[in-house]
Write a protein that binds this ligand. Structure first.
Ligand code: UDP
Ligand code: GLC
Length: 404
């Protein structure tokens, strides 16, 4: 099966890392079309996944864009839609991984008569998207997609609540390679000392882009309520123009007198190694997290994880058994949980082991990719039933490439 994957971002976010894991298993017969250049393209190159940048101008629709802005920008997307439609004729299926990819891929799929699969990685609620953006996404998904793969039950429910068709959705959790999260003690100690961390410190790691809804400020508030030897690593950078939030966090560190206890490490590509350095991983999103790769990654690293009780995160952790959950935006509760872990290392280690055991079984990339492939096969079979001519001819010879 030849697949044209589409993603709007040049950055390396969770959606992009997850897409790379899916695309890698199709790398002999796929293309990842991007709507921006950047580190994601470099990541695909490194993994020998064929890719191309389709548009070089940034698409100006934001999550908060209103009706007039969103619709006027859709007009400017026309050349890109035609470009994707033309390209799609050499592929069996279009696989849109983000919302802008859905808009472009959805309309292109209609023009090119190719089935569209939408991997929905966002919670389509008012907390995350404007009414206009939700409306457009739902209409295009309902009208164009043969299948919507949701990254959690929470994501699927929000899609349906916003008007999405239930019968085209399937939940598929993200998959991971557990072996990539087994880090030896020697390199962990080395990294710890490179980072200037002391052996008697209790290290709370936070791994995420710096963004208000990811709630790093809540962790800083909680840290201020904990003893001095509890310190934190903030791993990640502002990816989507949220530089102001970074400044706010830096100011908060000064205001709370935490200068010696908070390490801003910026974006790193050695997340498993850094997680191994930590005694605890905190996830603090204040809006519902669609899935939360970092939660599973922390579990796979055999580290106790505290996550906020909202969205897909509630499907990843069984509180008190495989990790802990606390109320979003509640620094007191978070501080209490951190202190519990600090004072009860044996109980905490037992929870971390159980978390690792369950995460290795439930979120295995091999299984995830098998399930996705089965879904894609049935979409393709279904579409060939509808237009049997396509079955008889190879995808790249069916249409005259020069029609557009
Ligand atoms: N990540 C990374 N380097 C960093 C910070 C985060 O590689 O400095 C990775 C992290 O390991 C995870 C992903 O980025 O795999 C973030 O995905 P998640 O689903 O947690 O959140 P998203 O940012 O996609 O909402
Ligand atoms: C999105 C979501 C995140 C999820 C990731 C991968 O970036 O924000 O929660 O883990 O996609 O599906």
């Amino acid at each position: 099966m030849n697949i044209l994957f589409l993603d709007q971002s040049g950055h390396l976010g969770g959606a992009e890392l997850s897409l790379a894991d899916v695309a890698e298993s199709h790398r002999d017969r796929c293309l990842v079309g991007l709507f921006a250049d950047g580190p994601f393209r470099a990541h695909l190159e490194k993994r020998s996944i064929p890719n191309t940048v389709l548009v070089h101008n940034t698409i100006q629709i934001k999550r908060s864009s209103g009706w007039i802005h969103s619709l006027s920008q859709t007009y400017f997307l026309l050349p890109c839609i035609l470009q994707v439609a033309k390209l799609a004729r050499s592929y069996d299926l279009i696989y849109a991984n983000t919302q802008k990819a859905l808009v472009i891929g959805g309309l292109a799929s209609r023009l090119a008569c190719r089935p569209l699969v939408y991997h929905l990685r966002d919670i389509l609620s008012a907390e995350h998207f404007s009414t206009a953006n939700r409306f457009i996404a739902i209409k295009i998904a309902n009208y164009c997609a043969s299948l919507v793969l949701a990254n959690s039950e929470a994501t699927r429910s929000a899609f349906i609540a916003a008007g999405g068709q239930p019968n085209i959705t399937q939940v598929v959790y993200n998959g991971f390679i557990p072996e990539q999260y087994q880090i030896d003690a020697d390199s962990t100690n080395q990294l710890k000392h490179q980072l200037g961390l002391k052996d008697d410190q209790f290290i709370v790691g936070h791994f995420s882009r710096l963004s208000p809804w990811k709630g790093q400020h809540v962790l800083l508030k909680a840290l201020a309520k904990c003893p001095e030897q509890i310190v934190t690593l903030l791993v990640g950078d502002a990816l989507f123009g949220e530089q102001e939030y970074v400044q706010q966090l830096q100011q908060q560190v000064i205001d709370l007198g935490l200068e010696n206890r908070v390490h801003f490490l910026g974006f790193r590509s050695d997340v498993p190694q850094l997680m191994a350095v930590c005694d605890l991983i905190a996830h603090t999103s204040i809006a519902p997290e669609p899935f939360g790769r970092v939660i599973v990654e922390g579990m796979l690293c055999d580290r106790p994880v505290i996550a906020t009780r909202a969205g897909g995160a509630t499907e990843l952790i069984e509180s008190g058994k495989t990790g802990w959950m606390c109320t979003p935006n509640d620094a007191d509760q978070l501080a209490a949980k951190i202190l519990y872990c600090y004072h009860h290392p044996c109980q905490t280690a037992a929870i971390a082991h159980e978390g690792k055991r369950q995460a290795s079984q439930r979120f295995n990339l091999q299984f995830t990719n098998q399930v996705i492939d089965q879904h894609l096969d049935s979409v393709l079979q279904q579409s060939q039933k509808i237009s049997p001519l396509r079955k008889a001819m190879p995808s790249n010879t069916l249409f005259n490439q020069s029609t557009f």
